[in-house]
Design a protein. Structure first.
Length: 207
């Protein structure tokens, strides 16, 4: 075994740790002082690396924002929610699982969501990333809402409405309004939004 091959895994781990530290530093600074006002030099200082390391490990500010955003689209809770919804045969449980799943992602990634939404107002690249992320989020919710059609809870002509209701209730805006603006707890928000979804889409099916 050569020295190069022996050191390769260790170097890869160190590089991955450095990249993670840079992304975390960028997220904290973007959240605290805004995307536009944050410099790569500040990110490098917070991550305790050279500015050039920021560029070679991740890239400039748009690349850093993309890395923050991409970690959300690959969130394991999304796959778990899709799997759980596919297994249930109870339409009300579909809605409750959707509320729980989106709550978990939004709770854990509230800071990253705020950064993306705020950055989109200041940078065209960020605005484009926001559009891509919104499309992914809406498509995922559309898939979850589609389970209601599979179970006969909504008819095909009403599926688009069901998907719109899912986006209205379980998209970023409702979570941010209830949690950030109104000071609700995450538990209270999850329960309330789930019940609103059941009322809106399954009212005629419930006693």
């Amino acid at each position: 075994m050569t020295r190069a091959s022996y050191n390769s895994p260790r170097r890869q781990q160190a590089a991955a740790a450095t990249r993670e530290a840079i992304i975390e530093a960028a997220l904290e600074l973007f959240a605290c002082q805004g995307y536009a006002r944050t410099t790569v030099a500040q990110i490098a200082e917070a991550a305790r690396v050279a500015a050039n390391t920021v560029y070679t490990s991740v890239g400039g500010k748009p690349h850093l924002l993309a890395a923050i955003t991409e970690s959300g689209t690959g969130d394991p809770d999304v796959a778990e929610t899709l799997t759980a919804v596919a297994r249930t045969s109870d339409p009300a449980e579909v809605i409750r699982l959707t509320a729980a799943g989106t709550r978990q992602v939004n709770e854990r990634r509230a800071k990253a969501v705020a950064v993306l939404l705020d950055s989109a107002q200041a940078d065209p690249a960020a605005a484009e990333m926001l559009q891509v992320t919104v499309r992914y989020y809406r498509e995922t919710l559309g898939t979850l809402a589609g389970r209601l059609e599979d179970l006969g809870a909504v008819q095909s002509p009403d599926l688009n409405r069901a998907a719109d209701v899912f986006w209205y209730l379980f998209g970023w805006t409702s979570w941010r309004t209830l949690i950030t603006d109104l000071g609700w707890s995450w538990d209270a928000a999850e329960q309330w939004l789930a019940q609103r979804g059941i009322d809106a889409l399954l009212r005629q099916r419930t006693p």
